[in-house]
Design a protein around this ligand. Sequence first.
Ligand SMILES: *Cc1c(COP(=O)(O)O)cnc(C)c1O
Length: 233
Amino acid sequence: MQQIKDNLEQIHQAIQRACEKARRPQSAVKLLAVSKTKPVEDIQAAINAGQLAFGENYVQEGVEKIQFFADKHPELEWHFIGPLQSNKTRLVAEYFDWMQTIDRAKIADRLNEQRPAGKAPLNVLIQINISDEKSKSGIQPDEMLELAKHIINRPHLRLRGLMAIPAPTANLTEQQQALSAMNQLFEQLKAALPQQQIDTLSMGMTDDMESAIQFGSTMVRIGTAIFGKRNYA
Ligand SMILES: *Cc1c(COP(=O)(O)O)cnc(C)c1O
């Protein structure tokens, strides 16, 4: 558990170094701790070290953790970051604070209808398939504005920006092209919707965090470097 605290400290330092290099304030980049497959004890250790925002990929697992911490730590912020089937939207609408992987109007409509009236609007990000991988979810860049305009007319959703999972690559130029393209899309979205609070570009994981910050990421999603390797067995 001390390990998780130490890991978090190192990541904050790495974020700070990357921000200095990119001439951005450290406050411009938020750390999302990706706790998928990890037990509540690990999450508690991260909370004790000051971490408040957590990302989960699987609906049922995420909801169980949210319920576990609901009374003890109502200040936590939960982000859904996995692929979502339309028959599972209700639990996301009822429990999560953010939904990062919107990739079609139908999912947006269901989340909007199912968001409980007493809750703040669900913060949402549009997922872009920036590396154009056949197997990956997310929309094509040229579909972004149409989906964004659809979302901003849904009163129980609040569009906050974009999310991407660039294909892992050892080729630095390729990696930077994808991150740079996301940066441009983010600027385009902000310019097209000046009335909206578009402030979030979610990109950067354990292996490409520094480059992502260089290219304007405002939220890095880190799992392995905080909690260690995942065991899917
Ligand atoms: C698992 C996951 C992460 C964290 O990846 P690490 O390489 O463990 O840091 C980030 N984003 C998404 C969408 C994920 O599924």
